[in-house]
Design a protein around this ligand. Structure first.
Ligand code: 8X3
Length: 250
């Protein structure tokens, strides 16, 4: 069987675009997400190109992460590529006004969730002395901005985890790639602003934001370099974006 990739947060945005890019490159897919129905539709869609299996779980739920990944059939257990994509921003406010439940959702999803999935997948990579982990960070992990302290902290943790994983797993033939996108047009802002579509739309107005396919392209590049090369870190900004909060709009 050709390469197997496990993608979290595969039902939309960057995760879904990555699934598409991988399917077009004949990489078999383990699609993970919370919405079983959407996963089913994606399975039908991608099955004409590659082998597909779906796992329904929330990365925040430790038990279901380990159960789901342990339930993979034998021929799917040797995961070559793990794309830790699941994650979100919840709320946008000064720290003194922050909602503790939002903080939990970001730390649990963006940090703990990434750790749980990695912990479930890494052992077979170490055993086989091969593998590639791609962590979706953000420019917010490299530079903190006002009203985003906890989101930025969660992504700074992803940056540290990518670095730490590289220290520990390079000796075992495992590559680690950290991807840090800026303003990508997905439902990211809709989630951040709790369904306020007007406000979310404004985030991407007056300039051309990055598309999920652009990030998928970067991921595809990183997993297709020669065996001797590790793409350690990729930062993507929209052309009109100079820093996380500096966007030149027309
Ligand atoms: C989200 C990108 O630029 O809104 O991860 O912080 S940004």
């Amino acid at each position: 069987m050709s390469r197997i990739a496990l993608i979290t947060g595969a039902t939309s945005g960057i995760g879904k675009a990555t699934a598409e890019a991988f399917a077009n490159s004949e990489i078999n897919l383990i699609l993970c997400g919370r919405r079983q129905e959407v996963l089913g539709e994606l399975k039908t869609y991608f099955s004409s190109k590659v082998k597909v299996i779906t796992l329904t779980f929330d990365v925040r739920n430790k038990e279901s992460v380990f159960l789901a990944i342990a339930s993979l059939p034998e021929e799917w257990k040797n995961i070559d590529i793990l794309v830790n994509n699941a994650g979100n921003a919840h709320g946008f406010s000064p720290i003194q006004d922050g909602d503790v439940d939002d903080w939990d959702a970001m730390i649990d999803g963006n940090v703990q969730g990434l750790l749980y999935v990695s912990k479930a997948v890494i052992p077979q990579m170490v055993e086989r002395q091969t593998g590639h982990i791609v962590n979706l960070s953000s420019v917010a992990g490299k530079q903190t901005y006002a009203n985003g302290a906890v989101y930025c902290a969660s992504k700074a943790a992803v940056e540290a985890l990518s670095e730490g994983m590289r220290y520990d797993l390079t000796a075992h033939g495992i590559k680690i790639t950290n991807i840090a996108p800026g303003a990508v047009e997905t439902d990211f802002s809709l989630v951040r602003f709790k369904g306020d579509a007007e406000r979310a739309k404004k985030v991407y107005e007056g300039f051309e934001p990055i598309q999920p396919e652009d990030v998928a392209d970067a991921i595809l590049y990183s997993i297709n370099t020669p065996a001797r090369v590790t793409i350690a870190d990729i930062v993507l900004y929209a052309k009109a974006q100079a820093a996380p909060t500096v966007i030149y709009r027309k």
